[in-house]
Design a binder for this molecule. Sequence first.
Ligand SMILES: [Zn+2]
Length: 268
Amino acid sequence: MQTDLGADTVSQQTSAIPHKACNTCGALIHPAAEICPKCGVRQRTPVSKPVLLLLTFFLGGLGAHKFYTGRHWQGILYLVFCWTYIPGLVALVEFIIYCFTSSERLNEKYTAKGSAVVIIVIAIVAFIFIVGVLAAIALPAYQDYTKKAKASEGIIMAGALRARIVESFIERPQDMSCSSLTCNLGGVDLNPTKYVKRLSSDRSGVIYVEYDEQLFAAPKNVLTITPLIDGQVADLSNPIAAGKDVSWKCGQSASTTVPVKYLPGSCR
Ligand SMILES: [Zn+2]
């Protein structure tokens, strides 16, 4: 009875002391020991299953788990092709495989070659870099797109003035000039907006949309809309033209200075 108790106490004490087996000589050594005190061989760092799983799940598409386990070239491949999402899919499969692999088996197969924190930092920096490169390509295209949308606002604003010019022309040809200072037409809102600094028309009926310089820097900020009669540029103040149908031409003239790429297709 007494002997049994003693043996029990001894086994409890042994399991209470943390230890691991040396990779080379098998001696029980402290788990944090980097070098075996018995044979002097440097211990290999075991992979941490939680760290491996977290890296694979969250940063696997960037190859973080590959860098963690020292497969650097594979990691670089993952990183280079991260934008195709293929590395992300592969990493997801790997994540599932790691999930169902025991820590012991993972430890046999892999050695932790880098600090998880360093890998996370490197992966994030690399990711920001790649996103930055993509943004450098996509952002100008997006800015052009928004400028184009804002430019069309000026064309819509000019629509009211255009209708008023046609009305006046039907009534009787007269001076078509109209600006926020003087307007012979009346009934047109010529107040500047965020993107349109000045909207005006001249004697002959040509409409000038002058964009705010925050949108287009002067002098490349003017769009003209020109009246046509029988397909020809017309002077609407000329009484000879009276009674004919008026059509319009947006842009496509020397007095339009807004770069063509910002104009809608019908104004190019
Ligand atoms: Zn040893």
